[in-house]
Structures are given as structure tokens and as C-alpha cells.
Write a protein that binds this ligand. Structure first.
Ligand code: HEC
Length: 322
């Protein structure tokens, strides 16, 4: 009987005129079954991956939620079946707000192991689709919360569209650029008028107003970096690796990639005391209500502050006597 139905459905689909779609839909659904269901060893591995990937930053160490979205409750955003959870973690649900970048780094196998773990902490009799209520977890210590927050923000780095969203949400620093150099190798440079600039290897992003300023300042050894998806951070990396001596970079971009890098070399960031426009690709800032983008923005603000970078508006207002 079961066999019969399986064969009959596609035939019906064919008769209605949707055969190819009907067929592929059925087979896709069939293959989205967890091969590790109930396997305790796989669940353990799944939890290790869950931790390593920084999932606790949003879902809590035990899945109880942090910024919300508990995995242990019985309310689900899109559904609780294997196929739905798989597609969500893979980043394949168009309406999802959960970062899509995991789909590029996790193998199918790893995703199934994580789902196997989720099943071990979720024991719901009745599941519903709806809006999760605020998290009801025991308060974590500020240090643990900060660590988890940092992990969640690091995930922004694996997803170019999230980097853009986060960097776009820096209203204070939108028009601020910094002079960036390695403290241990380059002599202090305080402004673009510094004559030392003409002798140094200077890096600058294309499509930024700084390109013209550098020309006027007489810098001759200038490398231009494109602002394309995969290479946004190259200019900062090249300063750290001494491929260039100085970079003049949009502050949010500098802050992001300084924080992102694991280099032991300390950079100096000197904000330019002038108001410029944000780089062209970041111009069309679309307001984002995503809490994690906002939180990472806060986090990155902290990085800029720790480097003594203040918004250009503040600098120009206070530096008239200059
Ligand atoms: C930046 C925050 C964030 C991170 C990091 C994150 N998620 Fe999510 N997750 C969400 C949001 C938001 C939802 C709700 C669904 C949606 O709106 O996309 C969700 C939903 C889920 C759900 C379904 C829960 C439900 O109630 O519908 C699972 C399972 C899940 N995430 C697993 C993971 C795993 C595994 C990782 C790590 C690989 C991870 N998440 C990392 C934000 C996050």
C-alpha cells in the first residue's frame, strides 16, 4: 500500500502537469531524513560542533536561548521536522534571519549531527510554529555572556552580506576614516599632510574620497584595494604583514578587521579630522532591525573606542584650533 502511494503521487503530479517539480520535491524530502537519529555518539559530536561554531552566542550553551530562540522549548519559527531544521541551518530558508553562512562551512553530515543533539535537549510533546517568547534561562556571568557575544559576532565574518549590514549600521562613524599603521615599524603619522607619507607605501580602498586626498597630499606609492566581497579585509592584513606601511581606511572597516585578526602586532589608528563620505558600496545603508547586527555594531564600537578612534564630527568640532 505504502509503495503504491509513493508511485501514484508522482504519476498524479504528472497528470496535473507538474511532474518534474512534483518528482524532485518528493525525492528532496525523502533525502532530508536524519541518518543519525537517536545516535548518542553523533549527538555528542553534534554538540561539539554547536559549540565550536559559536551557536551558543545566540542559542545559549544548553540551547536555552540567550538573545531568545531557545532550542529546548516547543515553539519553532519554521517547523521542527528534520527537513526544516536542516534547511534552516544550511541557510536555505528565504525568510530566515539566522545567519546563512553556516551553510558554506558545515557539511551535511555535521548539520545532521547537530540536529541529533538538538533532539536530545528538546523533549516536546506538542510542538507549535510561532514567535518564541523571551528567553527564560538562568543569568550567565557577564564574562561568559561577552564571550558568547564575541563568538556570535565572529560569525558575521563568514557572511559577506552580514559584514556589510554590520558596517553600514555605524551612524557615528559613517564618515570617519583612520590612518592605520603598525606601531612597531612605522613612525607616528598624525595627518594626511605628514610629509613622511610621500615616502611610504600607502594603501587605500577604491571608491573612497581618500584616493583624491592622497593624490593631493603627494603620496606616490599608493596601492588601491577593491572593496569586493572576498577581499574587504585585505588592506588591514597587508599593514599587519608589512606589505604596505600605512592604510587610510574607513573606520568601521578598519575596526572590524582589526578585531577579526589574530595578529600579535598592535596597530595605531589615527582618525582624520575631516568629514568624508562612506565608501560607495556601503552608501545605501538599509536599516536593519536584526538584533545581532546591532549587537555586533556595539561590539565593534568598543574596538574603535579602544583604539582611540572617535567620530570625525566630534574631532572637527573640537579641533578648530588645530
Ligand atoms: C546570530 C544569531 C544566531 C546564531 C549565531 C545561530 N542562530 Fe540558530 N537561530 C537564530 C534565529 C534568529 C532563529 C529563528 C529562526 C529565524 O528567524 O531564522 C534560529 C533558529 C534556530 C533553530 C530552530 C529553532 C526554532 O525555534 O525555530 C535551530 C535548530 C538553530 N537555530 C540552530 C542553530 C545552530 C546549529 C547554530 C550554529 C551552527 C545557530 N543556530 C546559530 C539565530 C542564530
Amino acid at each position: 500500500m505504502r509503495q503504491g502511494r509513493r508511485i501514484l503521487l508522482p504519476i498524479l503530479g504528472f497528470l496535473i502537469g507538474g511532474a518534474p517539480i512534483g518528482l524532485s520535491f518528493l525525492s528532496a524530502q525523502d533525502s532530508l531524513k536524519n541518518p543519525y537519529a537517536g545516535n548518542a555518539e553523533a549527538a555528542k559530536e553534534g554538540y561539539a560542533i554547536y559549540q565550536k561554531m559559536g551557536c551558543p552566542g545566540c542559542h545559549g550553551a544548553g540551547g536555552g536561548g540567550g538573545m531568545g530562540w531557545a532550542l529546548i522549548d516547543c515553539i519553532w519559527r519554521f517547523g521542527w521536522d528534520d527537513a526544516t531544521l536542516f534547511r534552516l541551518i544550511k541557510g536555505q530558508i528565504p525568510e530566515q534571519t539566522m545567519p546563512r553562512g553556516f551553510g558554506d562551512v558545515l557539511t551535511d553530515d555535521q548539520v545532521w549531527k547537530i540536529i541529533t543533539w538538538v533532539r536530545t535537549v528538546n523533549h516536546c510533546e506538542e510542538n507549535v510554529i510561532g514567535q518564541p517568547t523571551a528567553a527564560t534561562t538562568a543569568p550567565t556571568s557577564p564574562e561568559v555572556a561577552a564571550q558568547e557575544q564575541e563568538k556570535a559576532c565572529r560569525l558575521v565574518a563568514i557572511n559577506p552580506s552580514m559584514i556589510r549590514q554590520t558596517l553600514q549600521s555605524f551612524p557615528d562613524y559613517a564618515s570617519t576614516y583612520v590612518i592605520l599603521y603598525r606601531e612597531d615599524v612605522t613612525k607616528p603619522i598624525r595627518s594626511l599632510e605628514d610629509i613622511a607619507l610621500s615616502k611610504l607605501r600607502v594603501g587605500v580602498n577604491a571608491d573612497t574620497p581618500v584616493v583624491d586626498l592622497l593624490k593631493k597630499a603627494g603620496a606616490s606609492n599608493v596601492t588601491t584595494y577593491s572593496l569586493s566581497e572576498g577581499s574587504l579585509g585585505q588592506i588591514v592584513t597587508d599593514v599587519l604583514d608589512q606589505k604596505i606601511d600605512v592604510a587610510v581606511v574607513w573606520a568601521p572597516l578598519a575596526g572590524f578587521f582589526i578585531w577579526q585578526s589574530d595578529s600579535e602586532h598592535r596597530l595605531t589608528a589615527i582618525p582624520l579630522a575631516m568629514v568624508l563620505t562612506a565608501p560607495t558600496p556601503f552608501h545605501s545603508a538599509e536599516a536593519s532591525s536584526m538584533t545581532y547586527v546591532q549587537r555586533c555594531q556595539q561590539f565593534l564600537h568598543g574596538v574603535l573606542e579602544s583604539y582611540g578612534v572617535v567620530p570625525a564630527q566630534v574631532l572637527t568640532a573640537g579641533s578648530n584650533a588645530h
